[in-house]
Design a protein around this ligand. Structure first.
Ligand code: CA
Length: 231
């Protein structure tokens, strides 16, 4: 993937320190410049100082709630166009609708997969800053289109489950990099969900099968005692 034209800036608003750091870490790993706020009031001050390209905003925040921050920013002409992705532990449809009615551009329910959230962030930025994000990843004869969720090998479409798709996106972002099972769990399943590391092996097996469904060599490498890599 070509490097982004210019580093997009992301404001992460999350009062839970561990969640804030996981998000910031992953966004920085994706090449974003990240600023952090731990409550709604701080978020509004930071936006005033320097409006980010996108905001990832927790719903439940001390002082000023995420919903209120969203409402205020969407009322202002200078900040209206900044995409906002709301995070919420609430999953009821009525809350989702309320979140979107407040003007949020997207809505993600906790616990979420980090890969999924990164895809949503890229999708929003593709709309507002298309030059800053790439949607197609290529490795060897494999092509992954993050936007349409399609994978091709040597021009033939591959059938992949959602977990295998997220595993492959992780690998294709950094070909050659060795990922431990724990790192893959964090990236693909999300840290909030308990999943046994053997689950990773099962899905790696499925991914290998899927990648070779029309023939070709197995591109996934097992690194003894360390984990897995693509290429
Ligand atoms: Ca919260």
């Amino acid at each position: 993937m070509a490097p982004p034209a210019e580093q997009p800036t992301v404001l992460v608003v999350e009062d839970e320190p561990a969640q804030r750091e996981v998000l910031a870490y992953n966004l920085e790993a994706e090449g974003f410049r990240v600023s952090r706020a731990e409550n709604g009031e701080e978020a509004l001050i930071l936006v005033d100082e320097d409006a980010p390209d996108i905001i990832v905003l927790d719903w439940m925040l001390p002082r000023v709630s995420g919903i209120e921050v969203c409402r205020r920013l969407k009322m202002r002409s200078d900040t209206r166009s900044v995409p906002i992705i709301m995070l919420s532990a609430r999953s009821e449809e009525v809350d989702r609708v309320r979140g979107l009615e407040t003007g949020a551009d997207d809505y993600v329910v906790k616990p979420y997969s980090v890969i999924e959230l990164m895809a949503r962030v890229r999708a929003q930025l593709r709309r507002t800053r298309p030059a800053s994000v790439g949607s197609r990843l290529e490795f060897d004869d494999i092509l992954l289109d993050a936007e349409t969720h399609r994978v091709f090998r040597a021009g033939e479409a591959l059938k992949l489950g959602p977990t295998e798709f997220r595993l492959l996106s992780t690998f294709m972002e950094k070909p050659g990099r060795v990922w431990s099972r724990e790192q893959l769990l964090d990236r693909v399943w999300g840290r909030d969900i308990y999943v046994d590391t053997r689950t990773v092996d099962v899905h790696i097996g499925r991914l290998r099968k899927a990648l070779c469904q029309h023939g070709g060599e197995d591109p996934v490498r097992t690194v003894r005692g360390a984990g897995y890599a693509l290429g």
